[in-house]
Design a protein around this ligand. Structure first.
Ligand code: NAI
Ligand code: MG
Length: 358
């Protein structure tokens, strides 16, 4: 098992070090190799995603990624900006399935945007298709409106489209992920209005025939947006297209406590994946040793589950994280009165200690 470790910039360096520490505390044999990415790679090699880093990522079974970016790079031309490294990795590795879990830990329910009883014990997984849909469909552009009441007026247009194989592969990913969870998939569409999403619904239904042990329901996206704040615990796995998934996953993030707790993953057809916290490089707190490493540690757990076939180890890490919260240890972003404030390193050490005590 080979892991490419790409800490990146800002707090990326601090939080990835903790996740690596946690991985090393497991009794598993990993080969871990570190490389520069983002602003750090630009400084050293003049490019945010150097050839050597890309090569390492391609050869590895999984990439553990911190975060990239800093305000000081805002004036660079677009292709040299740190954030381009993530887009480059997604494209080069063909990462089409984005996993965004929304988990609300018991001790952090007060930090949710919703009433505690609605989110206590919440554990859902949003799977967003990442490479198709209206974000990439051609043609797109500006022109004179060719017809209609506003013919001749300036207009802009985009194209929503999905091919059958693109829908099939994301549907397989969703049904297989549901098998590792509670065996229920909600496919979110807008089939009542959009041809693209009628097709989506038809293809997902076809693929479902291969997964009779998983329950499938279809839901319109407007209803899904409503249900996510009305009764989020009714969901298990949500699978949807690029645009709906973009919006719903941000909505779901607000159901949980802090951005410092949210892991994410992007996978390709070979189950190679990029695992990273949902947050950025937080230049405002970088270098202070106060960042929350748990999103990255939980991303490492997802890596074990989805790319490395180590379900048992993944659960051990997740249990250890629950334990440290139960011990009332908190980094500043999740701190509340009556709990113990700890720094990045102490939080990582506490997770390792819980792992060893299991
Ligand atoms: P951000 O997520 O870095 O920070 C937003 C706020 O959340 C800040 O106040 C930060 O201190 C706090 N925060 C984030 N992660 C935290 C953690 N683990 N523990 C405690 N507090 C945490 O988003 P922002 O400020 O919009 O962007 C900063 C830089 O990060 C920019 O250069 C941006 O482009 C980049 N970025 C990179 C991403 C990536 O590498 N995948 C994703 C999002 C932003
Ligand atoms: Mg978004």
């Amino acid at each position: 098992m080979k892991i490419a470790v790409l800490p990146g910039d800002g707090i990326g360096v601090e939080i990835v070090a903790e996740a690596v520490k946690v991985l090393r505390a497991l009794d598993l044999k990993f080969e871990m190799e570190e490389a520069l990415v983002g602003g750090a790679a630009y400084e050293a090699h003049g490019h945010p995603l150097p050839e050597s880093t890309l090569k390492l990522a391609k050869e590895a079974d999984a990439v553990l990624f911190g975060a990239v970016g800093d305000w000081k790079y805002d004036k660079l031309e677009r292709k040299l900006r740190p954030e381009q490294a993530i887009l480059g990795l997604r494209k080069e590795l063909g990462l089409f399935a984005n996993f965004r879990p929304a988990i609300c830990y018991e001790q952090l329910t007060h930090a949710s945007s919703l009433k505690p009883e609605l989110v206590a014990g919440l554990d859902i997984l949003i799977i967003r298709e990442l490479t198709g849909d209206i974000y990439f469909g051609q043609p797109r552009g500006r022109r004179e409106a060719p017809d209609g009441a506003f013919a001749g007026q300036p207009e802009a247009f985009d194209t929503m489209r999905y091919t059958r194989p693109e829908i099939e592969r994301i549907a397989h990913v969703a049904f297989q992920a549901a098998r590792k969870r509670n065996r229920k998939v909600t496919s979110v569409d807008k089939a009542n209005v959009l041809e693209t999403f009628q097709f989506w619904k038809d293809v997902v239904t076809e693929v479902h025939a291969q997964y009779p042990d998983v329950e499938l329901e279809h839901m319109y996206v407007d209803n899904a947006a409503m249900q996510l704040v009305r009764a989020p615990k009714k969901f298990d796995v949500i699978v949807t297209g690029n645009m709906f998934g973009d919006i719903l996953s941000d909505e779901a993030a607000m159901l949980t406590g802090s951005i410092g707790m949210l892991p994410s993953a992007s996978l390709n057809e070979r189950k190679q994946g990029l695992y990273e916290p949902s947050h950025g490089s937080a230049p405002d707190i970088a270098g202070q040793g106060v960042a929350n490493p748990l999103a990255t540690i939980l991303s490492a757990a997802m890596m074990l589950r989805y790319s490395l076939d180590q379900e048992e180890a993944a659960r051990r890490i997740e249990a250890a994280v629950k334990d440290v919260l139960a011990q009332n240890l908190r980094t500043a972003d999740i701190y509340s009165e009556g709990t113990t404030k700890v720094g990045t390193k102490e939080m990582g050490d506490a997770v390792v200690a819980r792992l060893k005590a299991q």
